[in-house]
Design a protein around this ligand. Structure first.
Ligand code: COI
Length: 353
């Protein structure tokens, strides 16, 4: 892929102090256009970060054909910049686009575009512990039409943001609200995709959780409102001694890259991983009788985030005395160790930019 480059007139000051999550953007962005009548993808370019002009009739604004991805670039102590399993993001992006009747970005185009942008922005990859460059590839329908049909033109854009911890709690335990009114996904829907619409529909419950003093929502299945699925910004894992239970990937849950990596690590360490539909009552009972020894969320943004408390229908259950469990900590240290190049990468997960 030939990528044109337009130099920015001025470059921004790099931030100092805590980065937070997703508020600061780098100097450049990648854009490619898709037009069915021009044979597909064309005009790949890296240009100064700035507004994108759109017709008010652009279909994304009306029918929400939009998908996105999230991955990070890490700076190792030797100054090497590396990505973590970007091919998994490329494949998930294709699956999301397929479900939303959007054209696919080929895997090599997806990875080449990310590497080219990160190469230009390498000075933006933080070198403080726990900080990285969050990469947000996304795609949306630009065809000007208010008739409902799959659009014929799209933009594929990548922006970057230097980030620290996703939650204000950092790597300390978060409090999770189990939602019993709204649902996130139903079988046959778009739950397994990373599309903006899934997140828009989740905000009402998120607001409700925050009003009650909870950080995130744990979703139950959309049919019975009984089985544990995922948290809004991460997959959820529950430790019962040597057995770890997490929801299966069968259409309603996001196939997380961190989820998959943690399952690999756990199996490698001899733990049993059960991917199954766990009733919420089993989870709450386990939290109360102490059989649930630890719980944590996994996600690119959230990394590994311990869950310290659950609230379901007004009933509260504290997990592991609201402390980060040993297994949670070991998983965090190993995963981030591989990502930052401090621990051997036995699975060949990292790729140099
Ligand atoms: C990620 O973990 O990268 C996500 O996309 C989750 C969230 C920030 C939407």
């Amino acid at each position: 892929m030939d990528i044109k480059f337009e130099e920015a007139k001025t470059l921004k000051e790099k931030p100092t102090g805590a980065l937070g999550f997703g508020k600061i953007y780098t100097d450049y962005m990648f854009i490619a256009d898709y037009d069915a009548d021009q044979g597909g993808w064309h005009d790949a370019r890296i240009v100064p970060f700035g507004p994108i002009e759109l017709s008010p009739a652009s279909m994304v604004l009306h029918y929400a054909q939009e998908t996105f991805e999230g991955l990070k670039a890490y700076r190792t102590k030797d100054g090497v910049i590396q990505l973590f399993r970007p091919e998994m993001n490329a494949r998930r992006f294709m699956n999301s686009n397929e479900r939303l009747s959007m054209p696919k970005v080929p895997e090599d185009m997806f990875i080449d575009a990310i590497k080219a942008l990160v190469e230009v922005e390498k000075d933006w990859v933080p070198n403080e512990e726990g900080e990285s460059l969050y990469i947000r590839p996304y795609m949306f329908a630009t065809e000007a039409s208010v008739g409902v049909h799959p659009a014929t033109s799209y933009k594929f854009v990548i922006i970057c943001s230097p980030v620290g911890a996703y939650y204000p709690e950092g790597v300390n335990p978060v409090k999770i609200w189990v939602e019993d009114e709204y649902v996130r996904a139903t079988p046959g829907g778009t739950g397994f995709t990373k599309c903006g619409g899934n997140y828009a529909g989740s905000l009402k419950a998120q607001e409700k959780a925050e009003e009650q003093g909870y950080t995130q929502v744990l979703w139950l299945d959309g049919v019975h409102k009984k089985y544990v699925e995922e948290v809004g910004s991460m997959n959820a894992m529950f430790v019962f001694g040597n057995t770890i239970v997490t929801a299966p990937i069968d259409g309603t849950v996001l196939p997380g890259v961190t989820r998959d990596s943690i399952i690999h690590l756990l199996k490698d360490w001899g733990y049993t991983v059960e991917e199954r539909h766990m009733p919420i009552d089993e989870l709450m009972e386990g939290a109360k009788n102490g059989k649930l020894t630890e719980a944590f969320g996994t996600g690119t943004a959230a990394v590994i985030s311990p869950i310290g408390e659950l609230c379901f229908k007004g009933e509260k259950a504290v997990i592991n005395d609201f402390k980060t469990g040993d297994l949670t900590q070991k998983l965090y240290d190993t995963l981030t160790g591989i990502q930052w190049g401090n621990v051997e990468d036995p699975f060949g997960w990292t790729q140099e930019v």
